[in-house]
Design a protein around this ligand. Structure first.
Ligand SMILES: Nc1ncnc2c1ncn2[C@@H]1O[C@H](COP(=O)(O)OP(=O)(O)OP(=O)(O)O)[C@@H](O)[C@H]1O
Ligand SMILES: [Mg+2]
Length: 153
């Protein structure tokens, strides 16, 4: 059954706080799909998440590289930008499979390749009324995410 959690955020700090709360609950093998319009904050969210996992590497948009890997004390984070992928079939050829099991994967424009994953957490970032406001919607089907969404509530 789909579980949903909606968070209204008023500032970048709020977004960073949610990303860091999520980071604390993640474990290797987790896949987080991030969606939302251009400049909604997908990379911002990922940066805060990677930082909360204990890395101070610069997190940049992998738009052209397709994937970046950040080493953190809690294991690797695979950061993918699926914007230029046409679908899951293109994803198969990137040789990234090993990271899906050993690390946490965060995929911008993840909806495009959602079919590839068994139990993803989907996060959609929408704009709010003011420049800094956002609405962050978490959706998941897999039981893995029930306690996580509960903890984030
Ligand atoms: N509450 C907020 N949460 C996240 N980002 C915010 C917020 N308020 C303002 N911003 C700003 O919005 C911008 C989000 O840019 P970001 O690159 O993260 O978007 P994106 O969704 O990754 O875009 P793209 O589709 O181009 O990859 C940043 O400049 C960030 O500082
Ligand atoms: Mg981005």
């Amino acid at each position: 059954m789909a579980q949903t959690l909606v968070k209204h955020v008023a500032s970048e700090e709020d977004t960073a706080q949610i990303a860091s709360a999520l980071a604390a609950l993640l474990r290797p093998g987790d896949v987080v799909l991030l969606d939302g319009a251009l400049a909604a904050g997908k990379t911002f969210f990922t940066r805060a998440l990677v930082r909360a996992l204990g890395s101070d590497e610069a997190v940049t948009s992998p738009t052209y590289t397709i994937a970046n890997i950040y080493e953190t004390p809690k294991g690797p984070v695979l950061h993918v930008d699926a914007y230029r992928l046409k679908g899951a079939h293109e994803f198969y050829h990137l040789g990234l499979e090993e990271y899906f099991d050993t690390g946490v994967s965060v995929i911008e424009w993840g909806e495009r390749i959602a079919d590839y994953f068994d139990a993803p957490l989907s996060i959609r970032i929408g704009f709010g009324d003011s420049e800094m406001e956002r609405q962050v919607t978490f959706t998941a089907e897999a039981p893995r995410w029930s306690p996580v969404l509960e903890a984030l509530t």
